[in-house]
Design a protein around this ligand. Structure first.
Ligand code: GDP
Length: 365
């Protein structure tokens, strides 16, 4: 399963945020595809469409979908303190599919900051630079091998060499691999390099309790936003401490608490949604009278693969998928009405499933 790693310098609020995630978290038993590991937090994906579908279909039960966050600090804790962030840290970042980079934007007298002052941009750059250097080192090794072949006019080597040279130039200018626009063909090679800085990133600005309602006036948050814009990344503002408290409340209490704070949606819910998108994940639904359920798929998957997420037999024996978009179904008011309005399509093996599709698979057993 794809996972988003939580990364950041010490004392920025990673453990607090990860606690919030595990407290709010879903029962692993309901999600057999998820990893059971103390450093992995399973979260349900908040999706208002699921409630609407439930009202429409009135099923016996409703099941949200889920995915995983990995607490990299938790894994690395106890790793020997070497130069920089350490190889263990880097090797664990290598294993996650996207990065949620937590940055401290709260000033607090009693909580020491590793570098003695709160400076979110400096913090971000400390980590990013470390990742860039690791990538530089790994491509330099590769360049050594490819260069010889490229000089002998080996076509493939020449193609790769050009990519490596571009990467090297970026790294030497302290720029991540994701800052370069590659063609689809080139991307295939880049993927094979397993670079740390080609992973997608979002920044999590951790602000204090008193600032969460008006986070935009926090100058640290502003700076992070400016930085993120250059990095084509999103910024989610949270107060990890409050999220930890909210995570213990039930839905009703949570809604009241958020209203008191003057926020519409909890930072954690925003983070969950943003990380899901960052991983390239999307949701389709099944909506029967027994069960209305959200399913996670990777954008780019075709109908049979998506059917296979429910059961491998669905993929093997796939015939067609009756499909209606969530919007069309809701506008029609019922499955029957949607069918009468001609909104229910019969999609075949080549159909690229879209976020919000409501699907019913037909298959041979
Ligand atoms: P980590 O080292 O990045 O995992 O940081 P921790 O989650 O352990 O947090 C470091 C310290 O900052 C702890 O004492 C937390 O209670 C505190 N902290 C974390 N988030 C917040 C926050 O949003 N507001 C305040 N005031 N303190 C926080």
């Amino acid at each position: 399963a794809l996972t988003a790693g939580i990364v950041g310098l010490p004392n920025v609020g990673k453990s607090t945020l990860f606690n919030a995630i595990t407290k709010a978290g879903a029962e692993a038993a309901n999600y057999p595809f998820c990893t059971i590991d103390p450093n992995v937090g399973i979260v349900e994906v908040p999706d208002h469409r699921l409630q609407k579908l439930t009202e429409l279909v009135q099923p016996k039960k409703t099941v949200p979908t889920a995915f995983e966050f990995t607490d990299i600090a938790g894994i690395v804790k106890g790793a020997s303190k070497g130069e920089g962030l350490g190889n263990k840290f880097l090797s664990h970042i290598r294993q996650v599919d996207a990065i949620c980079h937590v940055v401290r934007c709260f000033a607090s007298e009693d909580i020491t900051h590793v570098s003695g002052k709160v400076d979110p941009i400096d913090d971000i750059e400390t980590i990013n630079l470390e990742l860039i250097l690791a990538d530089l080192e790994s491509i330099e090794k590769r360049i050594g091998r490819v260069e010889k072949l490229a000089k002998q006019k080996d076509k493939e080597a020449m193609f790769e060499y050009e990519i490596l040279a571009q990467l090297k130039e970026a790294f030497e200018a302290d720029k991540p691999a994701r800052s370069i626009e590659f063609t689809e063909e080139q991307m295939k090679i880049v993927k094979g390099l397993h670079l740390l800085t080609s992973k997608s990133v979002l920044y999590v600005a951790n602000v204090s309790e008193d600032e969460i309602a008006d986070a935009d006036s926090n100058e640290y948050v502003q700076k992070v936003k400016e930085y993120a814009e250059k990095d084509n990344a999103e910024v989610i503002v949270v107060c990890a401490k409050i999220e930890e408290e909210i995570a213990e409340l039930d839905e009703e209490e949570k809604a009241m608490f958020l209203e008191e704070l003057g926020i519409e949606e909890s930072g954690l819910d925003q983070l969950i949604r943003a990380a899901y998108k960052l991983l390239g994940l999307a949701t389709y639904f099944t909506a029967g009278v027994q069960e209305v359920r959200a399913w996670t798929f990777k954008l780019g998957m075709k109908a049979p693969q998506c059917a296979g997420i429910i059961h491998t037999d669905f993929e093997k024996g796939f015939i067609r998928a009756e499909t209606v978009s969530y919007d069309d179904l809701l506008a029609a008011g019922s499955m029957v009405a949607a069918r009468e309005a001609g909104k229910v399509r019969l999609e075949g093996k080549e159909y690229l499933v879209k976020d919000g599709d409501v699907m019913h698979f037909r298959f041979n057993v």
